[in-house]
Write a protein of this length. Structure first.
Length: 281
């Protein structure tokens, strides 16, 4: 029993008793003795009341936060759908604008050269390994396109010819390709030569007019047109302009470096000559 009076529990109880006695004495001295039990109870319960208030507010805030998250998710989904609809409309608009521009270009080409029938075609793919600018178009035999058909740009400049024609698409070999051979003339001097691709100049998007006379009077800037010789390419299709004149290695002829009127590597739309217009009798 004596051990209890020396224990930690007894010391704590004694401290609490002294504290309570002091608080009672202070309350009696200040005429607050009758309120002492309520104040003590209030003081004891104050931390719990504060915790309850915080907990209640926290629960309300948590519920509100979850409600707002649901609203935000719903709003984001609505905006995503609207954004997708706008993107779809933009694609449709771009396609329509491109088709309208192609139609205007076709009217212009037909007005300048009404001899032929044309198929409007968009470039749908390119071979990144093809250094000579070959590409595939979205028109094929179903639209009257055939192997060997001549391809021109929106402005009527020579681009190349159809190498392969499938039902709904065709591969085009450009004038930058070695072996593409097109009989051409210098428009001003009427000197003739063979337009051909050349790896040395194809890097810059240019080709070569070979076998010009050694004493040609052609000058830089002169326009080149097809001659129609051989019948594979119609006559008087514009090709481009002379960029440079280079003597051929043997010295027997001159080579003209030609800058095509069409930027072969950046074409997005072309026209295929599919036939000749019937004469009105």
């Amino acid at each position: 029993m004596n051990d209890f009076f020396y224990s930690k529990k007894f010391k704590i109880l004694l401290a609490v008793a002294v504290l309570l006695a002091g608080m009672m004495a202070w309350a009696g001295a200040n005429d607050r003795l009758t309120n002492a039990p309520q104040e003590l109870l209030g003081a004891a319960l104050a931390p719990f009341q504060k915790a309850a208030q915080l907990l209640g507010g926290g629960l309300d805030g948590l519920v509100d936060k979850y409600v707002r998250i649901d609203q935000i998710i719903a709003e984001n989904e609505r905006l995503r759908q609207e954004n997708q609809e706008l993107r779809d409309q933009l694609v449709d608009y771009d396609q329509l604008a491109a088709e309208n521009q192609a139609f205007r270009d076709l009217l212009n080409i037909e007005a300048n050269d009404p001899r032929y029938q044309y198929a409007s075609a968009f470039v749908i793919s390119r071979d990144p390994l093809d250094q000579f600018g070959g590409f595939t178009i979205d028109q094929g035999t179903l639209q009257g396109v055939e192997k060997g058909d001549v391809v021109v740009s929106d402005k009527g400049y020579l681009v190349g010819r159809v190498l392969e024609a499938d039902v709904t698409s065709s591969k085009v070999m450009t004038i930058l390709q070695p072996g593409s051979y097109v009989a051409c003339l210098v428009s001003r001097t009427r000197d003739s030569g063979n337009l051909n691709g050349n790896a040395a100049w194809a890097v810059q998007g240019n080709c070569a007019l070979e076998n010009l006379p050694r004493d040609t009077l052609a000058l830089v800037g002169d326009e080149i047109v097809t001659s129609g010789l051989g019948g594979e390419f119609p006559a008087n299709i514009r090709v481009g302009a002379i960029l440079e004149l280079v003597p051929e290695e043997s010295g027997t002829s001159t080579i003209a470096v030609i800058e095509p009127g069409a930027d072969i590597n950046k074409l997005t739309h072309v026209f295929v000559i599919t036939g000749e217009e019937e004469e009105q009798g």
